[in-house]
Design a protein around this ligand. Structure first.
Ligand code: NAP
Length: 337
């Protein structure tokens, strides 16, 4: 088995390569810059140069690979050529995007091609996109049929954001956050999210509307009138301050001690058509290290042929409780009340 990491030279890409090495999986380091790819190093890793503007080179780079882990963002700019090339090469695909409109284009644009090629595409396999979608599925199941479902990102301020994340936030800065309402994705102008008390916390945390990936992925498998996304208002304010000049001053990487100290937490609150409610949460530390684990775990499960072809949400591709349990060795805990 061989797994390609596109954007292997970046912060998240290097973490994904390290996770593949830890598991003893042969890896192809793919990207646009040979020097930066060579600098990732590692005995036996194949370095392959392919720019998103060169479809033939991209497809050739993935040709002998069972799956592609795409870590090159902003995905809004370079994501779709990599999805197309993976499908063309017959390689399954996961990525680390959190960009809602890109995600929507992948679901809308690549499903039929992926099915014809026998390839499974699962975007948004990150600390928020993967666990957020999986915990939403488990929470919704408690009160189905569901009227409304909130996905909330309650990560603590100070857990760190990379320059790549800042660039992606800036790239989508002009795009309207979406919510799912009455059968379609629409601009998020429904009722504002109410503050919620995080598990183990004493005080209610104010929330702001936010363009979470789960708003696009969850309605693929949960039938609900409304699915909306929110983030801790304090963190929303930090992201809103990312003007283009500030973005380029953000350090490229987040040091391991900052990552390990920072706690991320995804919550899902579902209200059934009969008024019953359920809340689920999933939490851990080191959002970037865990994103690499989630993306690699997903790619390996796809490579093992365990999902149907097409473009799927995490909860459609992977059994939700089993996948979250597989993250326990990385310190992930989850619960549905
Ligand atoms: N929870 C989440 O939502 C989450 C978590 C982790 C990561 N992410 C996302 O993952 C992405 C990567 O983040 P990061 O911190 O790893 O960023 P990074 O360190 O800046 O890495 C970006 C990667 O993309 C490549 N790249 C940039 N421009 C390119 C282009 N024009 N053509 C081809 N490749 C290009 C870079 O290649 P060079 O080395 O050649 O520049 C590098 O390998 C971001 O979109 C981030 O938002 C999301």
């Amino acid at each position: 088995m061989r797994i390609a990491v596109y954007g292997a030279s970046g912060f998240t890409g290097r973490l994904a390569v390290a996770e593949l090495r830890r598991r003893g999986i042969a890896t192809a380091l793919v990207g646009r810059d040979p020097d930066r790819l060579q600098a990732v190093g590692g005995a036996g890793a194949a370095v392959r140069v392919a720019d998103p503007a060169d479809p033939a080179a991209l497809t050739a780079a993935f040709a002998d690979c069972d799956a592609v882990v795409n870590c090159a963002g902003p995905f809004t700019f370079w994501g779709e050529p990599v999805v197309r090339a993976a499908i063309g090469a017959g390689a399954h695909y996961v990525d680390t995007t959190g960009e809602q409109h890109y995600l929507r284009r992948v679901f809308d644009g690549f499903g039929a091609q992926a099915e014809r090629a026998g390839v499974t595409v699962v975007p948004a396999m990150t600390d928020d996109g993967g666990p957020g979608d999986l915990i939403a599925a488990l929470t919704a199941a408690r009160v189905a049929p569901v009227d409304r479902l909130l996905i909330a990102d309650l990560r603590e301020p100070g857990s760190g954001a990379s320059r790549g994340t800042a660039r992606s936030m800036a790239a989508i800065g002009d795009e309207e956050p979406l919510e799912y309402r009455d059968g379609a994705l629409r601009p998020a102008d429904g009722p504002a999210p109410q503050p919620i008390v995080p598990p183990g916390g004493a005080d209610a945390v104010p929330l702001s509307v936010f363009a979470l990936p789960g708003v696009v992925t969850v309605p693929r498998h949960v039938t609900a009138r409304r699915v909306h996304g929110a983030i801790r208002s304090e963190v929303a304010a930090l992201f809103a301050a990312l003007t283009p000049d500030v973005v380029e001053s953000v350090p490229e990487t987040v040091p391991e001690e900052v990552r390990s100290a920072g706690r991320w937490l995804m919550a899902a609150e579902a209200v059934g058509a009969d008024g019953r409610s359920a809340r689920g949460w999933v939490t851990g530390h080191d959002a970037y290290g865990l994103t690499a684990v989630i993306a690699v775990e997903g790619a390996l499960r796809l490579a093992a042929g365990k999902a149907a072809p097409g473009v799927l949400s995490p909860a459609q591709a992977f059994e939700p409780a089993g996948f979250l349990d597989a993250l326990a060795p990385s310190g992930v805990r989850w619960q549905v009340d």
